[in-house]
Design a protein around this ligand. Structure first.
Ligand SMILES: Nc1ncnc2c1ncn2[C@@H]1O[C@H](COP(=O)(O)OP(=O)(O)OP(=O)(O)O)[C@@H](O)[C@H]1O
Length: 633
């Protein structure tokens, strides 16, 4: 395994200046380079540092419209290096809240207050950048589903750590080996909807993503939830291995089997925000037995504690539940705090900032490659989109083909142009809106870790998503254009037709990004797309009835990419087509554009489309940036 020291060795040769990025604005997350060298974290010097994390009288109070709720009630404790400390308690006891506070993921805000002190080797974590020393593995598996474990770890390593390419390869290989992921290293990770790695393998990849930076403190929120007991035991063994390397490992665990429980070094039990036990997991049954709560001989102590500490209605506990918790809390308050760890040899932690080892261009290139691989393997962007377009094209071709070139067929022609436009707008917007919610958790997590800037992420994603969209659209256009046929088989007009639809597609993807940024789940994204698209469609210029609607809504046509696309398509179609009505074969007055009240040239419509395209993208960027800023707070 390449140790941080070796990374440091590579870097020191290059003589790199490290730039403190913490205080810089999001858009300027750039490390300055000296020569062609690499940035360094100089973490190697801390190779043998061990951290004891202590927290004293932690309370967490939420003010909900004047009603105060105390979620954590004066909790003190410590996590020692070399040990696996497990946090247990009934649902809603405050385990995740405590872990999040210790990780610095929850901060005091206007309506939430954290009281108490947290120190690492005696230094308040407020005085150091604790993220430099620690890593947090969330309960949800935050991974890109279309990447393999090797690719995920490699991108994580290259974005977060300095070093030569080969050093990253060695480090990733060593982590894959350590986490026993070699066999599945090159299989696609997958998701709930796409079969890939098993739950245990996915969780190990998540742990690997955090181990890449070689953190000294590893915090995990329910790493075994959703796993069968054997797989859960594999994950716990792995955490114990990490702890034995000198790391401080603390994890919440929901329902451990008895063989898993036997492996815990230390245990913290919470009940209704109170601390009711802290100490050796092995000694815990004897402790509770002293107060009359004896775990039956053949019962798993973890199950017994869950039942013991469970409160049915947390707002209105029964008298029995209330008394039971009170006995346990006051009993624990009498216990002398354990002092079995010699903390005198622990070095005080130095104030070090998380640094970004890549500059904007490197971030962009790495993120573009990552997004491109993810998009290329995404069934939504690939096969499904192709299938959608081909099915619509076949249907249109079957119903309408060989349209006559005369004024009487103009309304059908216009409707077909409208249908082409609406198909592209809907498919593009929907796909983009649905992609964002599944990808934003990783973006927000990495934003929190200040790995890259929002601008580099957004730019890379925007560009990587496009090529996968252009090709299905080209096939769709080719399939309908020549069969209908539009524009009297004019090839040059075909390119304008395709170009307008490409602009519409890019605009609609931007609109999809806006909607995707506003929601958290794919289902909601799917539901809100029509809410935004339908008014835009209504004001696309093809429905004269809108002239009778209240004037207050007319502005919608100016923000509707569909309106300008359809006008450009109609102008492209009817300019110079020389249509005649059946009644006046020689007259050129029958003008569908005049009937539709379309007076703008293709150029003007394209200009409007371009303005909207940029506008949508800027709004989506601002929304994403706001989310990143909030995540960092
Ligand atoms: N920001 C918040 N606003 C309101 N209530 C909150 C907030 N954060 C946590 N809570 C409440 O605090 C309680 C403890 O939440 P927490 O997630 O820490 O529980 P937990 O012990 O991890 O439960 P579980 O095992 O079910 O995940 C819950 O009732 C939760 O609803």
């Amino acid at each position: 395994m390449i140790t941080p020291k070796e990374f440091s060795k590579h870097s020191n040769k290059e003589g790199i200046e490290i730039v403190d990025l913490k205080e810089q604005e999001d858009s300027s997350l750039i490390v300055e380079y000296q020569g062609n060298g690499l940035a360094t974290t100089d973490k190697g010097q801390d190779d043998r540092i061990k951290v004891q994390l202590c927290w004293d009288a932690i309370s967490y109070v939420i003010d909900n419209k004047g009603e105060e709720t105390q979620i954590l009630k004066g909790i003190s404790g410590k996590a020692n290096p070399g040990e696996l400390l497990v946090l247990m308690g009934s649902s809603g006891a405050g385990k995740t809240t405590l872990l999040n506070i210790l990780a610095g993921r929850v901060k005091s805000t206007g309506n939430a207050k954290i009281i108490g002190q947290i120190t690492a080797n005696g230094t308040s974590i407020k005085d150091i950048d604790f993220g430099y020393y620690s890593a947090y593995v969330t309960q949800e598996d935050i991974l890109l589903p279309n990447l393999t474990p090797r690719e995920s770890l490699m991108f994580s390593s290259r974005l977060r750590m300095p070093g030569h390419y080969n050093a990253h390869v060695d480090r990733v290989n060593s982590i894959l080996q350590e986490l026993r992921l070699v066999k599945c290293a090159d299989n696609v990770i997958g998701s709930i909807t796409k079969k890939g790695l098993s739950g245990g393998e996915r969780k190990r990849v998540c742990i690997g993503m955090e181990l890449i930076t070689d953190p000294i403190v590893l915090l995990l929120d329910e790493p075994t939830s959703g796993l069968d007991s054997f797989t859960a035991e594999v994950v716990i063994d792995l955490l114990i291995e990490q702890a034995r390397k000198g790391r401080t490992v603390m994890s919440t665990i929901h329902q451990p089997s008895s063989s898993i429980f036997d492996k815990f070094d230390r245990l913290i039990l919470l009940a209704e925000g109170h601390l009711v036990y802290q100490g050796s997991a092995k000694d815990s049954p004897q402790y509770f037995a002293k107060f009359g709560f004896k775990c039956p001989r053949l019962m798993n102590p973890a199950d017994y504690y869950m039942r013991l500490l469970h409160v049915v209605d947390r707002k209105h506990p029964t008298e029995e539940e209330h008394d039971k918790i009170e006995i346990l809390v006051s009993a624990y308050n009498q216990v002398e705090p354990e002092d079995d760890f010699d903390s005198s040899k622990l070095e005080p932690l130095k104030h070090k900032h998380l640094i970004v080892p890549t500059n904007f261009v490197e971030q962009f290139l790495l993120l573009f490659r990552r997004a491109w691989i993810n998009a290329r393997r995404d069934p939504l962007a690939g096969r499904l989109l192709f299938t959608e377009y081909i099915m619509v094209a076949v249907l249109v071709d079957l119903i309408c083909n060989n349209l006559a070139k005369n004024y009487d067929s103009a309304s059908t022609r216009t409707q077909l142009l409208f249908l082409s436009m609406a198909t592209v707008a809907f498919f593009s917007c929907q796909n983009a809106a649905m992609q964002f919610p599944s990808e934003t958790p990783l973006f927000l997590k990495e934003s929190k870790q200040r790995i890259y800037s929002t601008a580099s992420y957004y730019l890379s994603k925007s560009l990587a998503d496009l090529p996968m969209q252009f090709l299905p659209l080209l096939v769709y256009c080719l399939m309908i254009y020549w069969v209908i046929p539009f524009n009297d088989y004019d090839a040059s007009k075909f390119f304008i037709f395709y170009f307008v639809l490409v602009l519409l597609q890019i605009s609609a993807i931007g609109l999809g990004y806006i909607l995707g940024c506003m929601v958290k789940t794919e289902t909601v994204a799917l539901a809100i797309v029509p809410i935004f698209m339908q008014p835009m469609m209504l004001y696309s210029g093809l429905f004269p009835s809108v002239n009778h609607y209240p004037e207050g809504f007319f502005w919608i046509q100016y923000i509707s990419c569909m309106r300008w696309a359809v006008e450009a398509l109609c102008a492209n179609e009817y300019n110079d087509l020389g249509m005649h009505c059946q009644h006046c074969t020689d007259c050129y007055k029958c003008d569908p554009l005049r009937d539709l009240d379309f007076t703008n040239s293709i150029g003007v419509c394209v200009l409007y489309l371009c303005i909207l395209l940029v506008g949508y993208r800027v709004i989506a960027y601002l929304l994403l940036w706001k989310r990143a800023v909030n995540a960092r707070r």
